[in-house]
Design a protein around this ligand. Structure first.
Ligand code: 0X9
Ligand code: ZN
Length: 668
């Protein structure tokens, strides 16, 4: 990487204008203009005539009566952040005009945001160049789970647009991936053309054996001023490719998933920004469609169908062509969104991430309404896992960005189940509030790193993917006990022959059976079992200890989770005269409705825990947890108290000398 590349151009060359062409006759000029106009082919797209928009960071006081509702209905919010009783957001000059018309008062926080970004980046580049430090530019971010995940791919590089790769750079990167790893990535292909006839590229990652395997889609740059998402995807691709031969996770993913990447959905807007601001900082958001009213651009993330989403009564996009969130004349009126729609129709994507920047968020549908989807449990679970390490805030639009949005990619990709299969669609917003649209170069790599795990996770989730859980238990030594656990397929496809195994490198741990194979576990199905039997030698001291639970995922990748237990010495002095032994009886009646009796006996006074759990292994109620006298005991379990549905439940007795689980059935 050559740091000189990052130096801002010494002087920005001004393009030749009519003024420079002194001495040429007027009619000749007109002719040239006419030719230029026709050669362009598409009169709807023309960037020459329009004066460049100016962008401001604006502060709007929310103490103005009804201002939030007004803004929402105008649909012009795109990057709003609440700070105390004010809203900080980015508006163009045209949008400030709309605010004035609507009599909304605002304060200007940053006068020329584009200039602010450029200054900031060039100052850092200046320092970096003096220091000659490469490491700094690469940034560091180590909140990843595996060793391999924490290492920046060798081939990953920054570009010249304020540290971001240009359109040509992206093409070169994709082609270089293909040249280096021809068996792991398809050639750079085109899924459609932009309004100004630029190709919208995609590549497909996956080894030969991934043919026909679950498909997942990644896109970036619906918005021209948000190159951070594109960088995160280029980084992700290099990571997979470079680690295929050494890292089991990279290998398993490339062998068992098909990952399609569309790095630049809106090439016209990005080209426009690069043309106007070659060193980064350009703030154009939309595509470059010439609207009939002589303004430019449609917000591609407000232009998706269905009609009902696009036209939602809750607002969330603008009908003013000059607004940055202009929705266009119809759903899919734009060639870029139409191309993605058609591309999705001929594929079978299970899940998708549509990258945006910024605010450290992970957003899921619906955007058009203030409510979650029927798949809220899936979205929540995924978002929770995907943000576990990067700490992004997740939720609905209104819970994250704070406004609702209509006509977004996610609502259509998820919610239109008539024209294509349902996709689990989410939007990461990369980078902190202070990074803004054009983070300084030293921050870019960190942003890519912090989104690697979410990218990997979603690829896993597109197929079968298993998570295990258990309840922390105390178990006696020198006794055969069963280890209860739950295995849940949190992936979007069912899995076959799923192997779970336990191991410990402690010689005092003796497994009677170490492995269980589950023939088939459907998507989102979970199975509770206590089928693993273990005996722990009394030579191991009392206290907490960990054994490892391993799940063989798709492609042979093994995920391991620690299973923690507390070891206790079984009561050695049994009450010699005790008439009773340990026993947990079958409940009566069974099946039951709504209540049943659970009886057990213990030979001496001891700590006892008796609990009811559901098939997912979740605790329904702990009926007893404490010291009890020797003899038999009986508890009534009343299912109606816990709002239970009909089905199988378990009750479990755990004491320092004995442990057993039994099944019972609630039949309503
Ligand atoms: O407003 C947008 O389009 C996105 N924010 S941005 O600042 N990058 O423009 C957020 C849209 C997210 N909505 C859903 N994915 N539902
Ligand atoms: Zn965006």
């Amino acid at each position: 990487m050559n740091l000189l590349h990052y130096l801002p151009h010494a002087s920005v060359q001004s393009s030749p204008t009519i003024k420079n062409t002194i001495g040429v006759s007027k009619s000749f000029l007109l002719l040239i203009l006419l030719i230029l106009f026709c050669v362009r082919g598409n009169a709807q797209y023309s960037s020459e005539i329009e004066p460049k928009e100016k962008y401001y960071q604006v502060k709007i006081s929310l103490s103005q009566y009804g201002v939030m509702a007004k803004l929402q209905m105008m649909g012009i919010l795109d990057h709003a952040k609440r700070e105390g009783n004010a809203l900080i957001t980015v508006f163009s000059e045209s949008e400030l005009e709309l605010l004035r018309k609507a009599q909304i008062f605002y304060e200007i926080a940053v006068e020329d945001l584009e200039n602010y970004y450029q200054q900031r980046a060039s100052e850092e580049l200046q320092i970096l160049n003096e220091k000659g430090s490469k490491e700094f530019i690469r940034g560091t971010f180590n909140q990843t789970t595996t060793q391999a995940q924490s290492i920046v791919p060798k081939k990953f590089r920054l570009g010249n647009v304020g540290g971001f790769l240009s359109i040509n750079d992206v093409a070169a990167e994709l082609d270089s991936m293909v040249a280096n790893y021809p068996n792991l990535i398809s050639k750079r292909r085109t899924l459609g053309s932009s309004g100004e006839s630029r190709p919208i590229w995609y590549v497909e990652l996956g080894s030969e054996s991934s043919e026909g395997k679950p498909q997942v889609l990644y896109t970036a740059m619906h918005h021209a001023r948000e190159p951070g998402g594109m960088m995160a995807l280029i980084y992700f691709m290099w990571w997979l490719l470079e680690n295929y031969s050494t890292d089991p996770e990279a290998k398993a993913l490339l062998d068992s998933r098909r990952m399609t990447v569309v790095p630049i959905v809106n090439p016209d807007g990005y080209a426009y920004n690069i043309q106007n601001s070659p060193n980064g900082g350009g703030l154009w958001r939309k595509n470059r469609k010439r609207n009939s009213s002589n303004s430019f651009g449609v917000d591609l993330n407000r232009n998706y169908g269905t009609y009902d989403f696009w036209n939602s009564a809750f607002g969330g996009s603008s009908t003013s062509p000059s607004s940055d969130t202009y929705r266009g004349t119809d759903p899919f009126s734009e060639p870029e969104t139409a191309a993605l729609r058609d591309f999705i129709a001929i594929n079978q994507f299970k899940a998708v991430l549509n990258y945006h920047t910024f605010s450290n968020l992970l957003i899921y549908p619906y955007g058009y309404a203030r409510r979650e989807t029927p798949d809220a449990p899936i979205f929540r679970e995924y978002a929770k896992r995907m943000t576990e390490f990067n700490g992004y805030t997740y939720g609905l639009d209104i819970e994250t960005v704070g406004y609702n949005t209509r006509g977004t990619s996610d609502d259509w990709m998820y919610g239109d189940s008539l024209t294509k299969p349902k996709m689990i669609a989410m939007t990461p917003e990369v980078g902190a509030q202070s990074d803004g649209f054009w983070p300084v170069p030293s921050r870019i790599t960190g942003h890519c790193q912090e989104n690697l795990l979410p990218n990997l996770f979603l690829a896993w989730a597109a197929g079968p993917y298993f998570a295990t859980s258990y309840d922390y238990a105390f178990i006696p030594k020198n006794t055969v006990v069963s280890l209860p656990f739950t295995i849940k397929n949190i992936g979007l496809e069912s899995g076959k022959k799923v192997k779970v195994s336990f191991n410990s490198d402690n010689l005092g741990v003796q497994f009677l059976n170490q492995t269980m194979v589950f023939d088939s576990i459907g998507s989102w199905e979970s199975i509770f079992t206590d089928g693993i039997k273990v005996k722990i030698s009394s030579s191991i001291p009392d206290g907490p200890m960990t054994i490892t639970m391993n799940v063989a995922q798709d492609g042979g990748y093994v995920t391991s989770v620690p299973y923690s237990i507390a070891l206790v010495t079984p009561l050695s002095i049994r009450d010699e005269y005790s008439q009773v032994d340990f026993a947990l009886e079958q409940n009566y009646p069974n099946p039951f409705n709504p209540s049943t009796i659970i009886k057990f006996s213990i030979p001496s006074q001891m700590q006892v825990r008796l609990e009811v759990i559901d098939v997912m292994g979740r605790n329904v109620v702990t009926l007893q947890n404490g010291l009890m006298r020797a003899g038999s005991h009986s508890f009534t379990f009343d299912g109606s108290k816990y709002g239970l549905t009909s089905g199988v439940y378990f009750y479990r007795l755990i004491t320092s000398g004995f442990q057993q689980t039994r099944k019972m059935m609630l039949l309503k």
